[in-house]
Design a protein around this ligand. Structure first.
Ligand code: PNS
Length: 164
């Protein structure tokens, strides 16, 4: 059983994240999409909302041969990966600018859990500029984000914006 975790804030989930999930599926039997519980970062969506969107959207991807599990965690990614019996941590790289931060994280995670490897996947070039932060910013200022985030996420963002 080859199990990986794909950790992140997913605030919100973007099509770039879904692209990485799709690309990592042939490599593993199970991927735990691990949503970081980070209340101090003042997220747009609660961890429960982020998990519930993932649970609604993932089955629509039509992925076969790889089990996708959604879970949340607090604390260290490396510790969560070990607890879940994962042998790999999946991270997406969009551009060279991601590399330095990702390298530092991968090396620290390896220091913490030497048996767990970080696997980097290159996001499709059409998502190379897509980040959750940018999506929130553009959306909040009334810009168009169609095709960059799942329609369900866009609808939930619209609801959030109306609430606030
Ligand atoms: O989606 P993000 O915000 O790029 O994900 C970053 C994440 C959640 C992978 C990273 O912040 C993380 O691993 N946080 C948990 C705390 C931790 O393990 N820190 C040490 C990593 S070097």
């Amino acid at each position: 059983m080859r199990r990986a975790i794909f950790p992140g804030s997913f605030d919100p989930l973007t099509n770039g994240h879904l692209d990485i999930i799709r690309r990592s599926c042939p490599l593993f039997d199970e991927i735990v999409i691990a949503v970081l519980n980070n209340p101090d970062k003042n997220p747009l969506f609660t961890v429960e909302e982020r998990c519930s969107m993932l649970e609604e959207i993932l089955p629509t991807l039509g992925i076969e041969g790889c089990r996708l599990v959604v879970d949340s965690f607090s604390g260290l990614t490396a510790e969560f990966a070990r607890e879940r019996g994962a042998t790999a941590i999946v991270r997406g790289i969009r551009a060279v600018s991601d590399y330095e931060y990702e390298l530092r994280m991968a090396l620290m995670n390896r220091k913490l859990e030497p048996s767990i490897e970080t696997v980097f996947l290159m996001a499709g070039e059409e998502y190379s500029y897509v980040s959750s932060t940018l999506m929130k910013q553009v959306f909040e200022l009334g810009g168009r984000v169609e095709g960059l985030i799942p329609p369900l996420v866009e609808a939930r963002m619209r609801e959030k914006l109306a609430e606030n």
